[in-house]
Design a protein around this ligand. Structure first.
Ligand SMILES: [Zn+2]
Ligand SMILES: [Zn+2]
Length: 142
């Protein structure tokens, strides 16, 4: 698991890096952020940098499984999977949707990503409190 973390000390203070949290809570910079990266202005930018690393180095396309499941993009049953990162759950993607661009999109929608935005204290997002659709036409029957 990785997340973005703001550097608090030293000459990189205020910059964001992608880190992996190790057992015991120690954070270690990973991917491109561990390789001479000057840091980023935001957590989102730091994670984007790491996603680029995963796409370059740790993406697996055309994995085949025994079981057919619905493609996460179009719903077509497929036995193909694709994965971003070493220890992650593969996405179900049909032959039409096996691409690094799709992987990136799915990844950015996934659980790892919103944690970065959690430091943005602009208040809670608006909660649409829609009533379940009650059709007046139904109750109008004599
Ligand atoms: Zn970086
Ligand atoms: Zn598809």
């Amino acid at each position: 698991m990785f997340t973005a973390q703001k550097c608090e000390l030293g000459k990189q203070a205020g910059k964001w890096f992608t880190v992996a949290i190790e057992a015991g809570g120690l954070a270690r910079r990973v991917g491109y952020c561990a390789r001479g990266c000057p840091g980023h202005e935001s957590g989102v930018a730091a994670v984007a940098h790491h996603v680029q690393y995963l796409l370059d180095r740790e993406s697996d396309l055309w994995l085949e499984r025994q079981q057919a499941r619905a493609c996460e993009i179009c719903g077509t049953p497929t036995r193909l999977r694709a994965r971003l990162g070493r220890d992650t759950k593969p996405y179900v993607l049909c032959a039409d949707h096996q691409s690094s661009r799709i992987l990136q999109q799915l990844f950015q929608r996934s659980a790892a990503f919103p944690r970065v935005a959690a430091t943005d204290d602009s208040g809670a997002p608006p909660q649409p409190d829609a009533e379940p659709g009650v059709s007046p036409a139904l109750s109008a029957t004599p």
